[in-house]
Design a protein around this ligand. Structure first.
Ligand code: GDP
Ligand code: MG
Ligand code: ZN
Length: 349
């Protein structure tokens, strides 16, 4: 199931030998399905753990190794999370809240479809998430049945140009192309996480790997071309060859509001206009001689587009700030809170 010396030595170091070990395979609201050689349990964290929690990261997430004790039929108490080897997480824009996507991941498959979903910038953002958490990102370009070989060649060239070091796997669940390549990529005992916008085919690909349709996939409505929203939980699946994969339902855009396709072209359009701004570092918000504001006034770019652009920029700035500057601050503050709580407890008794 992916257990290794890394986790075992930490378990010993933390003197948690008396407990059983299990892996978190599904996350529900306030509870977790955990699994080990003996079976599956519905796990809950202890009150003490909740009391000591200073952020989302103190709670279990899919992929975690936890120590448990059985608490009745198919029930378990989760006492502690073993230190994570890797983590994929993101900040919610605007809110000071972190979402853990998955932990103890070896490889993140970043999936995009070749249709209007295709965006180099989005790949870039997912790559940043993976790399920040110590995870190797791999590009999966899905639905290649939808475009011609020439069009595909062009997209692959773009990818190679921008992400020279990355592996690229081209797949289609319709004609089965690339599925073998994806399969051999997945090694026994290693954990893989599928990232990407909803509708790109993550669940479909995992179903193909599983050899049966276990996960519900989105039905694309013929009239609107849009998929219905399928609500499933983030869940871990075990492949026959020993590989472990995690599906991610309903991912919103990383580090952005959900504007869908066209982000790249939006930025391109603005940057072309920006060449005529008076100041090189123009933010296009209040500067005199701003060509973007001029275009806004004259109606050359519409208001909605402009405000989208400003919002996206704000969010990506916020995102960068939170990742770089706040990491250290958060860590210190978390420690401070933890110690304060301990002190309070001490004085109570
Ligand atoms: N044409 C085509 N459609 C696909 C492919 N893979 C998935 N789909 C369709 O895309 C839709 C969304 O797939 P789903 O697996 O639910 O996407 P997810 O949201 O990323 O999990 C479904 O209707 C799938 O049948 C593919 O390779 N080619
Ligand atoms: Mg899905
Ligand atoms: Zn400007």
């Amino acid at each position: 199931m992916g257990y290794s010396d890394f986790f075992e030595s930490n378990r010993k170091k933390l003197k948690l030998d008396d407990f059983e070990v299990a892996r978190v395979v599904v996350e529900y609201r306030g509870a977790y399905k955990v699994k080990n050689d003996k079976g599956e349990y519905l796990g809950k964290v202890t009150g003490k753990q909740m009391f000591n929690a200073s952020s989302r990261e103190d709670y279990p997430a899919v992929g975690d190794w936890v120590v448990i004790s059985e608490a009745g039929k198919e029930q378990a108490v989760i006492h502690s999370i073993l230190p994570r080897r890797t983590i994929i997480k993101r900040k919610y824009s605007g809110k000071n809240e972190t979402q853990i996507i998955a932990t103890n991941i070896d490889v993140a498959f970043v999936v995009e479809a070749v249709d209007e979903d295709f965006s180099l910038n989005r790949f870039e953002r997912y790559f940043a998430l993976a790399k920040d958490g110590g995870v190797k990102p791999v590009i999966v370009l899905n639905k290649i049945d939808l475009i011609s070989t020439e069009e595909l060649g062009l997209k692959v060239a773009q990818l190679e140009n921008r992400f020279a070091d990355a592996d690229v796997i081209l797949t289609s669940i319709v004609d089965g192309k690339g599925l073998d390549e994806l399969k051999v990529y997945i090694l026994k005992g290693k954990t893989y996480c599928f990232l990407g916008s909803s509708g790109v085919g993550k669940s479909s690909l995992i179903n193909k790997l599983l050899g049966e349709s276990i996960i519900k996939t989105e039905n694309i409505s013929l009239s609107t071309g849009k998929g219905k929203h399928t609500t499933t939980n983030r869940e871990m699946y075990f492949l026959e060859n020993g590989g472990i994969v995690i599906d991610n339902p309903g991912m919103r855009e990383v580090g952005m509001t959900d504007t869908g396709a066209g982000i790249d072209s939006l930025f391109d359009e603005i940057s072309v206009l920006a060449k005529d701004c008076k100041y090189v570092d123009c933010t296009h918000v209040h500067e005199p001689g701003c060509a973007v504001l001029r275009a806004l006034k004259s109606g050359d770019i519409d208001e909605k587009k402009y405000s989208n652009y400003i919002n996206l920029k704000k969010e990506s700035l916020h995102y960068k700030m939170t990742e770089l500057d706040k990491r250290e601050k958060d860590r210190k503050f978390g420690k401070f809170i933890k110690n304060a709580k301990k002190d309070i407890k001490k004085y109570k008794y």
